[in-house]
Ligand binder design. Structure first.
Ligand SMILES: Cc1ncc(COP(=O)(O)O)c(C=O)c1O
Length: 378
């Protein structure tokens, strides 16, 4: 089976971890500071700080932005559930706004209608590495005085008009989960240009300690730190990232060209100015011959790793259908998510599937994948 992803772990990563082990200093410290510096440089942001994972990056950022219980945060329903859950974790209300059928990202034209006097922030998700329409979203945010938190957990290295994601909203978050374009097993990063917010983020992620550390505490905070042991892997991974993104983009281009011949397959569309980092390559199926689940099974039978990751968009997950069970429901009026219909997300949920796009794919792998489609749909 050609796996849907394959991490690149070389001798460099092994040596880097060994050095930290030998130093005896495993927790967050100088190695993490080095990774933060490299990450801020890479994204073109003033400040970056590591977190234990992408979910804690999101919840830390939301809490540092002073998103309060009962506040509304607009986001996409077509995402990994951590985007929405991070909003619910701080007691805020995820307000799901439908997506565009070609980018699978939040539809800015629908955002304005979802804004109420409780709306505090917008959380666009750059899904599968494809940047959301940030120019439009920032304009809306500016005109309503809203904060924008980019969920860039899947989009390391993606760009809008030559600017990296992570530098486009007021704050942004990344995941270094084992399958991501840049990975450390578990891990995360927050980027921002706002020094005041950065200072607050440092306190939220580290028990309310100030920058000077030690045992003076200034607010309730958590332990959302990342270990130097894993940051060491991150330093080696960020060196590989530009080349890995280039490779992913060239494979995606090859697939786009190949699928141009297929009436029934429509790839995710990269409009002018956007550069996806192709964390995943996710086309959708429009066929009379078979449905999406059948093509996933057929691809797997042909040895091609394929999945349908968001067959159930967030508002259709039991988590949100049973939101009254969540602890904050005692204090916060959540909407009845079961009454919510978001037709585009639901339809893309039924049509999308992924195929391998990772940089370790060989020419033989790509040929094998193309032959599988010729056999299944030809
Ligand atoms: C869009 C999105 N947001 C948030 C997260 C959460 O990141 P983590 O798994 O590192 O907590 C992920 C991880 O898959 C993600 O894909």
């Amino acid at each position: 089976m050609i796996p849907f992803t394959k991490p690149i772990i070389g001798q460099e990563e092994i040596e880097a971890v060994k050095r930290v082990l030998e130093s005896g200093m495993l927790a967050e410290g100088n190695v993490s500071r080095e990774l933060e510096k490299l990450y801020a440089e890479y994204t073109g942001t003033k400040f970056a700080t590591v977190t234990s994972n992408g979910t804690t990056a999101l919840s830390t950022a939301l809490e540092a932005m002073d998103i309060q219980p009962g506040d509304e945060v607009i986001t996409s329903p077509f995402t990994f559930i951590a985007s929405a859950n991070s909003i619910a974790m701080v007691g805020a209300i995820p307000v799901f706004v439908d997506i565009k059928p070609d980018s699978y990202n939040i539809d800015p034209d629908l955002i304005e209608d979802a804004i109420t006097d409780k709306t505090r922030a917008i959380m666009p998700v750059h899904i599968f590495g494809m940047p959301a329409d940030m120019k439009h979203i920032m304009d809306i945010a500016d005109s309503h005085d809203l904060q924008v938190i980019e969920d860039a957990c899947q989009a390391h290295g993606a760009e809008v008009d030559g600017k990296k994601v992570g530098a486009l909203g007021h704050v942004a978050t990344f995941s270094f989960y084992a399958t991501k374009n840049m990975m450390t097993g578990e891990g995360g990063m927050i980027t921002t240009d706002n020094e005041e917010l950065y200072d607050e983020i440092l306190m939220v992620k580290n028990h309310g300690r100030g920058k000077q550390g030690g045992y003076s505490h200034f607010r309730i905070g958590y332990n959302n730190r990342m270990m130097d042991l894993v940051s060491a892997i991150g330093i080696e991974q960020i060196k590989r990232l530009p080349e890995a993104v280039k490779k992913r983009r060239s494979i995606a281009q090859e697939y786009d060209d190949f699928f141009a011949e297929f009436e029934s397959i429509k790839p995710q569309v990269e409009v002018e100015g956007l550069k996806s980092s192709y964390h995943l390559y996710v086309p959708r199926l429009y066929s009379d011959k078979m449905n999406r689940d059948e093509i996933v099974t057929a691809l797997r039978n042909e040895g091609v790793g394929s999945r349908a990751v968001y067959a159930l968009p967030c508002h259709k997950q039991d988590t949100y259908l049973n939101i009254q069970k969540w602890r904050w429901s005692k204090f916060v009026d959540y909407p009845d998510y079961s009454a919510l219909t978001l037709p585009v997300s639901e339809e893309i949920g039924l049509r999308h599937f992924d195929i391998p796009v990772h940089p370790l794919l060989t020419n033989e792998d790509k040929e094998h994948i193309k032959q599988a489609f010729n056999k299944i749909l030809g």
